[in-house]
Design a protein. Structure first.
Length: 234
C-alpha cells in the first residue's frame, strides 16, 4: 500500500532522516519505535508532506505522492492524527468532526459517519456540543482519532496516541486502534510505549537517529534482547 524509499530529510544543518526505507501492506498495523528524537514523527510528517524530503520517494497504491500537497494527501486516503491531538480548541466536538470531513460533500453519509464515531466513542456523543478544549486528554485523543476517520482514510497515521494518558485509558485507546484496523483501516503507529505498540502491531521498524536499524515481525522484535534492553526497560 505504502512504500517509502531512501528518504532523506534535513532541518537546516541537522539530518533528521537518512536513507529511510520501509513498506506497509494493506490491512496491517505497522509500528515505528525508537527513542525521542529518533525521527518517528518526522516520518509521518514527510508522508503527509508537511515536512518535505530532500531526496527519496514515497509511493502510495502505486502512485508517487512525494510532492503531493498535504490537503491532497488526505484526498488520496491518508489521514494523520498528530502528536498532542491538535483539536480545534474553541470549536465544539461536533464541529471538529465536521472539519474532518472537509474533503467530502456527501452530507447524508457524513451525518451517518458522525453517528458511527459517536457509537465508537460514546463519551464524544455525551459532549458533542462542548468546546474541544473542555475535554480531558483521553477524550481529546478520541476526538482527534474520530476527526481523522471522518475523511474515510484507507491509511491512518497515528502519532503518539498514548502520550500523557492514564494507563487505563492507554489500554482503551489501543483497543480502539485494533478495532479501527479490524474494520478495514491500515495503520502506521508511532508510539513511545514500545511494549503496547509491539503488542498490537503486525510488523515494526526500529529507528535510531534518523535511520532504520531493525525491522521484522512485531512479536519477534518484542522478544529481541536488544529491543528489550533499549526500549522495553529490561
Amino acid at each position: 500500500m505504502l512504500k517509502v524509499d531512501n528518504i532523506y530529510v534535513n532541518y537546516g544543518a541537522i539530518k533528521a532522516l537518512q536513507n529511510v526505507s520501509f513498506e506497509i501492506n494493506t490491512g496491517e498495523i505497522v509500528a515505528l519505535i525508537g527513542a525521542n528524537g529518533a525521527g518517528k514523527t518526522t516520518i509521518l510528517n514527510t508522508i503527509s508532506n508537511i515536512v518535505p524530503s530532500v531526496s527519496g520517494k514515497i509511493t502510495y497504491e502505486g502512485k508517487d505522492i512525494t510532492k503531493t500537497a498535504p490537503h491532497d494527501i488526505v484526498k488520496v486516503g491518508i489521514s494523520q492524527v498528530p502528536e498532542g491531538r491538535r483539536v480545534f480548541a474553541k470549536m465544539s466536538v461536533l464541529e471538529n468532526l465536521e472539519m474532518g470531513a472537509y474533503t467530502r460533500s456527501d452530507k447524508a453519509e457524513i451525518a451517518a459517519d458522525i453517528e458511527k464515531i459517536f457509537q465508537r466513542f460514546p463519551r464524544l456523543n455525551e459532549r458533542k456540543k462542548q468546546p474541544a478544549k473542555t475535554l480531558s486528554g483521553g477524550e481529546q485523543q478520541m476526538l482527534a482519532m474520530g476527526r481523522a476517520l471522518m475523511s474515510r482514510p484507507k491509511l491512518l497515521l497515528l502519532d503518539e496516541p498514548s502520550m500523557g494518558l492514564a494507563p487505563m485509558l492507554v489500554e482503551q485507546i489501543f483497543q480502539i486502534i485494533q478495532e479501527i484496523n479490524k474494520s478495514g483501516t491500515t495503520i502506521l503507529l508511532v508510539e513511545q510505549n514500545a511494549n503496547m505498540a509491539l503488542s498490537i502491531a503486525h510488523r515494526a521498524y526500529v529507528l535510531e537517529t534518523g535511520e532504520v536499524v531493525m525491522q521484522g515481525d512485531a512479536k519477534e522484535l518484542a522478544r529481541s534482547p536488544e529491543v528489550r534492553k533499549a526500549y522495553l526497560g529490561e
